[in-house]
Design a protein around this ligand. Sequence first.
Ligand code: FES
Length: 243
Amino acid sequence: MPPATPQPNVRVVTLRIDGRDVSAREDETILEVCRENRIEVPSLCQLDGLSVWGGCRLCMVELAGQGRLFAACATRVAEGMEVSTNTERLRHYRRLILELLFAERNHVCSVCVSNGHCELQALAQRCGVDHVRLPYRQARYPVDSSHEMFRLDHNRCVLCTRCVRVCDEIEGAHTWDVMGRGSDCLVITDMAQPWGASGTCTSCGKCVQVCPTGALVKQGTSVGEMVKDQHFLPILARRRHLA
Ligand code: FES
């Protein structure tokens, strides 16, 4: 991502990230500034072109003088801020979050159509999660194959809400939503109708492309075949913004 171009009336601030002095526009988030400066911070629910949700908490960082952790995707930079992105404490919590995600549903990579192209799998590899220390919930959620082009497997959903946001904010259909509470939340189409019976779905497939795991996939794909393409998103978001 190129460095931010200062806009009129937007101040440029200087902050320190992992011991490095960097400058940024004051309307940028810590995550954006980290990416501009090639400082890697794990993220899952955040996706360029969509609104910030701040739900997965994988992008948490430490701020000097603050006891609690902050989601880098949802926290604006400020003058003099001191940010740590890769401490022992952060690595501990990121690993724990990933283990909780794996234990919560049934992410069996070896039989997943997204095997090798899954953001959850890649994050686990990056954060050193080679086993899960927590008991699996062994939850069994339904698979919705009613749509003629796409399939929804709730067992592989991480509730990142990217599908909800892209459908609402980019496609403008608002087919998707979230139903329920806590770990039993499910993404739903229309009023929890089968996807194939949805009267609002345009079959654009944007939800499938932004899904980080094998929860939303194309029909007819087999293990490892489902590769997603999210390049369209910032372009469409920018055009929508300009329209
Ligand atoms: Fe920041 Fe999910 S990427 S909370």
